[in-house]
Design a protein around this ligand. Structure first.
Ligand code: GLU
Length: 296
């Protein structure tokens, strides 16, 4: 009989700006879900893309989370300090023939590739080896002509034909940085994450991550993707446009706004402080109330 491991959740912000309402929703959803399962909750700074890192953003995010009463377990993991580990996994995938060096430029991919839901589908030019005279730029993961299926706790049954819809995807980029898709899988594996609760913009990435998990013999976590907070133009809020930063001077208001956005009825009694809020939230979190399209 197999024993279910204890719940381990995480929040994994990219330090591209101060915490805004959109990432607060992801933080509140994942923390409340962990508390409701009496699980642990980890924090990871996803600074693998060092070009997008904004100075001071990681510290500012941590400070805001502290003010809002979030409590994470252990040390904060920084992706920028884990390159040796990512390299080890990359080498293993290359040695097994599951990944391959690619010499194509973006322009070349766009000239012959098809357009997918998220970027270009790689036409497979370097799959059987780089054409002579080419210099290695990126490393890609070979994907099979198979369908990846999983059940999201909010969005239900999902399936994606990796080869047709995504194509062989980059795991080490031409600028030398490891790709998010590789880093997130290795980190979730190493941190023993059982439950991923994050924004629905990553729903489309999940089959790639599940495929990588299977290649590495890693367990697949449960997934709960949360509705996205959109701006006036229907676009996802981004930390980079500095839109809607949180007011850390009003922590309870911020928490309650995120709570309501997630379809959770507010407490009947006014809350004294953030600590009281979280104790109450742990008992009252009900993911079945979340609406896919989010709150108005
Ligand atoms: N770093 C991503 C973000 O800030 C989240 C990635 C994840 O939760 O897997 O949107």
């Amino acid at each position: 009989m197999s024993v279910q491991p204890a719940y381990r959740g995480r929040f994994a912000p990219s330090p591209t700006g101060p915490l805004h309402f959109g990432s607060l929703v992801a933080a509140v959803g994942s923390y409340a879900d962990a508390l409701a399962h009496q699980g642990s909750w980890l924090l990871r700074i996803e600074d693998v893309d060092e070009g997008r890192r904004v100075k001071g953003a990681a510290d500012s995010i941590l400070r805001t989370l502290e003010t809002l009463g979030f409590q994470w377990q252990g040390e904060v993991l920084h992706q920028s300090r884990r390159k040796a580990r990512y390299q080890e996994i990359l080498d293993r995938l290359l040695a097994r023939g599951l990944a391959y060096p690619c010499g194509c430029t973006r322009r070349e991919v766009e000239a012959v590739g098809r357009r997918g839901a998220e970027g270009w589908i790689y036409p497979g030019t370097c799959r059987q080896g780089m054409p002579p005279g080419r210099r290695e730029r990126a490393v890609r993961l070979r994907v099979p002509a198979a369908t990846v299926r999983f059940v999201d706790r909010l969005f239900g049954a999902q399936c994606q034909e990796l080869e047709r819809e995504v194509g062989d995807f980059v795991i080490r980029r031409a600028d030398g940085f490891f790709a998010y898709q590789l880093a997130v899988v290795v980190d979730d594996l190493d941190q023993g994450v059982t439950d991923v609760v994050r924004g629905a913009d990553l729903l489309h990435s999940t089959p790639r991550q599940i495929h990588l998990q299977r290649l590495l013999g890693a367990p697949t976590p449960r997934y709960l993707h949360l509705p996205l907070v959109l701006d006036e133009n229907g676009r996802k809020l981004s930390k980079r446009d500095l839109a809607h930063p949180l007011d850390p001077g009003r922590p309870l208001e911020a928490l309650l706004a995120a709570w309501r956005f997630l379809g959770q009825p507010p407490p009947e009694e006014p809350m004294k402080d953030v600590k009281t809020f979280w104790a109450w939230a742990a008992l009252n979190w009900n993911p079945q109330r979340i609406r896919r399209e989010g709150a108005r």
